[in-house]
Design a protein around this ligand. Structure first.
Ligand code: M6R
Length: 613
């Protein structure tokens, strides 16, 4: 997830770009850069000047004081690294000949395109997928297509994946061409000047008249106006909208809190985790060059903290059932205090959103000392944990700003599903047909998730009904047990209401004593082999006047007879159900906290990344 902005007009572009990037920095801050050209030809040599560097925007501002970029047409970028580590060379904008490009998204077929371009003489100066697009446009220009818009259109036909591109040419210095597929893009309309950006926030101080670009649309932006077409060049007529949000609201995409925005971003985030990793041709998973030798792996040990620990518990269920490799899961903060028995045959999977959690880092050091190989599952490219590990799997969820983890969790779940399928195909435990079914279901998951995150109104009503309770119990079995733990953690950390997550079968061994008519019990009861047993647990709660909120599968006609309230999620394979059942629990915790008026994005006493032991 990167931030992009472009400007064409009569004023100096750089200050406008920098002010826009400041508002986009929440989208990523691995590096920043601008490229500016002067269409009048008064300054510069007729070539766009690029100033870019690794690090936050402040580093770029500093660099610009020494290397100014004058001119009235330009583009700016703030990067969240996906392909290529954070470095000066991998910072955007990227150049090829007379072409300059910035990009937000992932070019799925970048390896094939890079090889093709290299074979015909292209030289690359970065490890990014974006630079490939600059080369494609440059080639199209050289092949006689003089018009930048046509060159971009021809190049778009060659790339697959998600993108918002902005392209500039030294030969058409008063023009920007932008295109969108799956990544956000908005056009801002001014007086004798126009803008493009990935988010309205970036341009709100300049204009409130905007056009939200649709999927599969291209825009040619000049001082005189904007022209929108589809990728075939057919004109599209779009009515501008006037934005009434405040700048702060706009940063949150119109949502009241970052957390709510991030809950709604989950379908997109999961789709991004899957990009380039599902190989439908071979019913297999591609792991970005991670080379795991299943022959060597005798056991897998997950280590993590908090929400990442809950994802690891689901991972245990998945890897054991799909790959038939023994798995253990340990709290990173406990791991090294019991002198764990580890060796060459162990693969330690360290799960960490931030990649900076000190407990997890120390556990990795301990595991390395004992000869285990380490795979990191992280959301932050080149953070400490992936760097400390032998292999890194990045979830590509984009920056998570709310302290309570949501999209990081669901994308970690996807990472563990992919790992389990990858290993299962190699150990032979997972038949090809089953892998095919699971991969097909994975690709449908973002749409099903969208269904659930849009059901916020029901959760809001339930939050009002139960939000005054002194405590909550969450119950689940099998892969739903960690979801019960996660539901309880979300509620605790956001609303400060005491909540316990329990394995449903354990209730009768103690917590059943808590149940009376004042205790809401959230029971995870999706369709599956544990269903009947979970329904018996529901009956035990209700027999003691407990209030039951059941999370069940759409089409379940029976559950209503056993619960006070029912929340339905779409049907899916057993292995993927946790990704759907956790969503209403996130929304419940959010709305209870909102109802109580707590500080949702920064709950008391917590930090986003815990770098102390
Ligand atoms: O960055 P990490 O995934 O290593 O963080 C681990 C925990 O601190 C984290 O998951 C925490 O429990 C969540 N923010 C809770 O929502």
């Amino acid at each position: 997830m990167c931030g992009i902005i472009g400007y064409v007009g009569g004023r100096q572009a750089t200050p406008i770009l920098i002010s826009g990037l400041r508002r986009l920095e929440y989208r990523g801050y691995d590096s920043a850069g601008v490229s500016v050209i002067d269409p009048s030809g008064v300054t510069g040599d007729g070539r766009a000047r690029v100033v870019r560097c690794r690090g936050k925007l402040a580093a770029l501002e500093d660099k610009l004081t020494k290397e100014p970029a004058p001119g009235t047409t330009g583009m700016g970028h703030t990067r969240w690294a996906t392909h290529g580590r954070p470095s000066d060379e991998n910072s955007h904008p990227h150049r090829a000949g007379s072409i300059t490009v910035i990009h937000n998204g992932i070019i799925e077929n970048h390896l094939a395109l890079r090889a093709e371009l290299a074979a015909s003489g292209a030289h690359f100066s970065s490890e990014t997928d974006t630079e490939i697009f600059a080369h494609l446009v440059e080639r199209a220009v050289q092949s006689g297509t003089t018009d930048l818009t046509t060159a971009v259109r021809r190049s778009l036909a060659k790339v697959r994946g998600s993108f918002a591109f902005v392209v500039m040419s030294d030969k058409e210095p008063g023009t920007l061409v932008a295109a969108k597929n799956s990544s956000p893009l908005v056009v801002g309309l001014g007086d004798g000047e126009n803008y493009v950006a990935s988010d309205v926030t970036a341009i709100l101080s300049e204009t409130r008249r905007v056009i939200f670009v649709d999927e599969g649309e291209m825009v040619t932006v000049t001082r005189q106006g904007v022209q929108i077409t589809d990728f075939d060049g057919k004109p599209r007529v779009r009515e501008p909208k006037t934005i009434t949000w405040s700048a702060v609201q706009a940063e949150k995409g119109g949502y009241k809190h970052y957390m709510l925005k991030e809950i709604h971003e989950q379908p997109r985030a999961v789709a991004d985790t899957l990009v380039g990793r599902v190989d439908l041709e071979h019913d297999d998973v591609l792991l970005d060059g991670i080379d795991l030798d299943p022959e060597r792996i005798k056991r897998i040990v997950f280590i993590a903290c908090g929400t990442s620990y809950h994802a690891s518990l689901v991972g245990e269920f998945l890897v054991e059932s799909l790959a038939r490799i023994p798995v253990e899961v340990d709290l990173a903060s406990e791991f090294r205090y019991r002198d764990p028995i580890l060796g060459r045959g162990d693969l330690v999977v360290a799960v960490s959103q931030s990649g900076e959690t000190l407990d997890t880092m120390e556990a990795i050091r301990e595991a390395k000392k004992k000869g285990a190989q380490i795979l990191a599952i992280s959301n932050v490219v080149e953070s400490s944990i992936p760097r400390l590990s032998d292999h890194a799997f990045y979830t590509h969820a984009g920056p998570e700003i709310g302290v309570a983890s949501t999209k990081a969790f669901t994308t970690q779940l996807i990472a563990t599903v992919l790992l389990a399928i990858y290993l299962g195909r190699r150990t032979g435990a997972l038949p090809r047909e089953r892998a095919r079914e699971l991969l097909a279901e994975l690709l449908q998951l973002p749409n099903k998730m969208r269904d659930v995150v849009e059901s916020g109104a029901q959760l809001q009503v339930l939050a009002r009904r139960y939000g005054h309770s002194h405590g909550f119990l969450f119950l689940g079995r099998g892969a739903q047990y960690p979801i019960a733990l996660e539901g309880a953690l979300k509620l605790k950390e956001l609303s400060y209401i005491h909540a316990e997550g329990y394995a449903a079968g354990e209730m009768k061994h103690g917590p059943i004593a808590l149940i009376d008519e004042t205790l809401p019990v959230v029971v995870l009861a999706p369709r599956g082999p544990n269903y009947d047993k979970v329904v018996s647990n529901l009956a035990e709660v209700r027999a003691r006047q407990g209030k039951v909120l059941a999370v069940a599968t759409k089409g379940d006609a029976e559950i209503g007879g056993h619960a006070d309230d029912v929340i339905l999620v779409p049907d899916s394979a057993l292995e993927l159900q946790p990704v759907l059942t956790v969503l209403p629990l996130q929304l419940l915790a959010y709305y209870v906290a909102d109802f109580k008026g707590t500080d949702i994005d920064q709950p008391r006493n917590l930090a986003k990344s815990v770098t102390v032991e």
